[in-house]
Design a binder for this molecule. Structure first.
Ligand code: NAD
Length: 249
C-alpha cells in the first residue's frame, strides 16, 4: 500500500474510461482517500455510487474558475483535514489545424489545460506548505514534446508545453517547502478522448511509430502517477515521465 493515509485530489477524474478515474481507483486501492473532481455532473454522480464513501469525496467543479477550485479544496479539507497529493488531470482537445484556431478555441484549450492547473495548484499549495510538503503531478502530453499529436491542435500542444514549464517553475519555487512537482506526458492513450475516433486505417501508421506497438492504457498513466504521488519518488521533482510506448525517443 503506497498511499496509506494520504489524501489525493484528482481533477478531471470522473470520465468512465479516463486516466483520472483510473488513477483515483489505483490510489484508492493503495490506501488513499480520494477527492474526485470533474465538471461533468452526471459522471460525478456515477462515480459517487462506485466508491467507498468513507474514503471518497466527489465534487463537481470547473477548473477554469478560481472560486470553484478553492471550494473543492475547502471541502476536501473539511472532510479529510489535509491534501497530500494533487493530480492536475482535467483537459480537453480541439483537433484543428494551425490556421483554423480561433480566439474562442484558443482560450478554451489554454484555460482548461493550463489555467486550470494554475488555479487548482494555487488553491492547494498554501495547505501543502502549512503541512510541510506534498506532491503535485500534472497530465501534460507527448503533443507538448512533438509539437503535435493526433487529436490535439497546435494550441493544445502549446497548453501542454505550458504545463511542463509551469510545473518546472513550481518545482523550483516550492521544493524548499517540501512540495514536489512533476509531469507525465502520455502518448496515445485509449480513453474517451480517442475512443471511436481511430479507424483501423488510421491506427496502422500510428502503431508503426510506436516502438511498443500498442496504444497506451489509462492504467499505464495511472501507474506513473502512483509512483510520482508516493514516497518512492521522494527525491524527484521537476521531472517529466514519458508514458508513450517510445513514440518520442
Ligand atoms: P477524459 O475526457 O476521460 O478526461 C478528461 C476529463 O476532464 C473529463 O472527465 C472531463 O469532464 C474533464 N474536464 C473537462 N473540462 C473540465 C473543466 N473545465 N473542469 C474540470 N474538469 C474538466 O480523457 P483522458 O484521455 O482521460 O484525459 C485526461 C488527461 O490526459 C487530459 O488532460 C488529456 O489532455 C490528457 N492526455 C490524454 C491523452 C490520450 O491519448 N487520451 C494523451 C495525452 C494527454
Amino acid at each position: 500500500m503506497l498511499l496509506d493515509n494520504k489524501v489525493c485530489l484528482i481533477t478531471g477524474a470522473a470520465g468512465a474510461r479516463g486516466i483520472g478515474l483510473k488513477t483515483a481507483r489505483l490510489f484508492h486501492e493503495h490506501g488513499a482517500s480520494v477527492v474526485i473532481s470533474d465538471i461533468d455532473e452526471a459522471a460525478c454522480e456515477a462515480v459517487r455510487q462506485a466508491f467507498d464513501p468513507e474514503r471518497c469525496l466527489v465534487v463537481v467543479a470547473n477548473v477554469t474558475r478560481r472560486e470553484e477550485c478553492r471550494d473543492v479544496v475547502e471541502r476536501a479539507l473539511e472532510r479529510f483535514g489535509k491534501i497530500d497529493v494533487l493530480i492536475n488531470n482535467a483537459g480537453i482537445t480541439q483537433p484543428v489545424k494551425f490556421e483554423e484556431i480561433d480566439p474562442e478555441g484558443y482560450d478554451r484549450i489554454l484555460d482548461v489545460n493550463l489555467r486550470g492547473m494554475l488555479y487548482m495548484s494555487q488553491a492547494v499549495v498554501p495547505h501543502m506548505k502549512a503541512a510541510g510538503g506534498g506532491a503535485i503531478a500534472n497530465t501534460s502530453s507527448v503533443s507538448a514534446q512533438r509539437g503535435g499529436g493526433i487529436f490535439g491542435g497546435p494550441h493544445y500542444s502549446a497548453a501542454k508545453a505550458g504545463m511542463l514549464g509551469l510545473g518546472k517553475a513550481m518545482a523550483r519555487e516550492l521544493g524548499a517547502f517540501g512540495i514536489r512537482v512533476n509531469s507525465v506526458t502520455p502518448g496515445l492513450i485509449d480513453t474517451d478522448i480517442t475512443a471511436g475516433k481511430l479507424t483501423e486505417e488510421m491506427k496502422a501508421p500510428i502503431l508503426e511509430g510506436i516502438p511498443l506497438k500498442r496504444l497506451g492504457l489509462p492504467d499505464d498513466v495511472a501507474n506513473a502517477f502512483l509512483f510520482l504521488a508516493s514516497d518512492l519518488s521522494s527525491y524527484i521533482t521537476g521531472a517529466t515521465i514519458d508514458v508513450n510506448g517510445g513514440m518520442h525517443i
